[in-house]
Design a protein around this ligand. Structure first.
Ligand SMILES: [Zn+2]
Length: 314
């Protein structure tokens, strides 16, 4: 039994650029976590593709984040064009459903770390026009917008402007990677659903990248979702299917409606994934695990597809 899969976060664009940062890897078929050959087996597939950047790239990759951002975007556009028989870029929730009706997969552009365009809220409008629909306020660094879960530090005035601008345009604000202080600063001013595209439960796995119970409830109250991250380090010490399911079951105790859970695997961004989950092809294993632990079919379908479509449509 399989479900359509809507995954809110991957780093496949950077992975396709390879070690040198300038390769032209194939989205159609590769040996990474995600390719279209595997994903097209599902009865529906929508994938958010992050253009990921951080100021650390200058040091780590000897490449400016602006260059990396441009190459990731170019990779997205090239691969969507090359694979137009299988996948289409989606700008709206309606595009996603229409692509699915036509038997096509959907690709959505997202921002992980605005370092790639200088943290400039003024550029969000142009980015929205070409299809960016979600944005974090950073990665693991402290930056001109906010502190991260590593550094601490709240939302700055520029960060507030960034949140307001994104939300006015209809771009979803993604709190994954942010500090706890900045999370609550955003919750005070938000006018739209807040999402955590790739963050788990801190009660189940006590790392700062995961969400506290209060954070998860607050996200739910805005109408947003939290996407399940398959990275072993955020799943737990015993990172297997049992522990992975525990994150969902815990969040379902806090919110029995199941309307505020989704998927955000962090595929091609993290290694290792939890045991028994080797890539996009294993999402049915996770669905089966949830069914076996008493989550009903409708709720699994919400978690795997409907909730993400709803929040994108709001
Ligand atoms: Zn991330």
């Amino acid at each position: 039994m399989t479900f359509p899969v809507f995954d809110l976060h991957c780093d496949t664009l950077l992975t396709l650029l390879g070690e040198s940062g300038n390769e032209a890897g194939s989205l159609r078929q590769n040996h990474y976590h995600i390719d279209l050959t595997r994903a097209r087996e599902f009865p529906g597939y929508a994938q958010c593709f992050a253009c990921y950047t951080t100021p650390f790239m200058e040091e780590q990759r000897k490449c400016s984040p602006i260059t990396v951002f441009e190459r990731e975007l170019a990779t997205f556009q090239r691969e969507i064009h090359k694979n137009a028989d299988w996948i289409g870029q989606a700008f709206t929730a309606a595009d996603i459903e229409e692509n699915r009706r036509q038997g096509k997969m959907s690709a959505i552009l997202t921002i992980e770390g605005p370092a790639g365009f200088g943290f400039d809220p003024e550029l969000l409008e142009d980015l929205y026009k070409i299809g960016f629909r979600m944005t974090t306020l950073g990665w693991n660094e402290r930056n001109p917008l906010a502190g991260s879960h590593i550094t601490g530090g709240g939302l700055t005035d520029l960060g507030r402007e960034y949140v307001r601008k994104a939300q006015r345009l209809g771009m979803l604000v993604d709190v994954s990677h942010i500090s706890d202080e900045a999370f609550w600063d955003i919750l005070k001013i938000t006018q739209a659903p807040i999402i955590a595209t790739h963050s788990n439960s801190r009660t189940v796995c006590g790392v700062s990248r995961n969400l506290t119970d209060d954070m998860f409830r607050a996200i739910g109250e805005t109408g947003g979702v939290a996407g399940f991250n398959a990275y072993a380090g955020f799943v737990g010490e015993q990172a297997d299917l049992e522990t992975a399911c525990r994150h969902f079951l815990h969040f379902l105790e806090l919110d029995p409606s199941g309307k505020h859970l989704a998927l955000g695997g962090d595929l091609d961004g993290c290694d290792p994934l939890f045991a028994g989950f080797a890539g996009v092809q294993d999402y049915p294993v996770l669905a089966q695990g949830l069914l076996q632990r008493g989550v009903n079919r409708e709720m699994v379908a919400d978690i795997f597809w409907n909730n993400a479509v709803r929040v994108l449509g709001e």
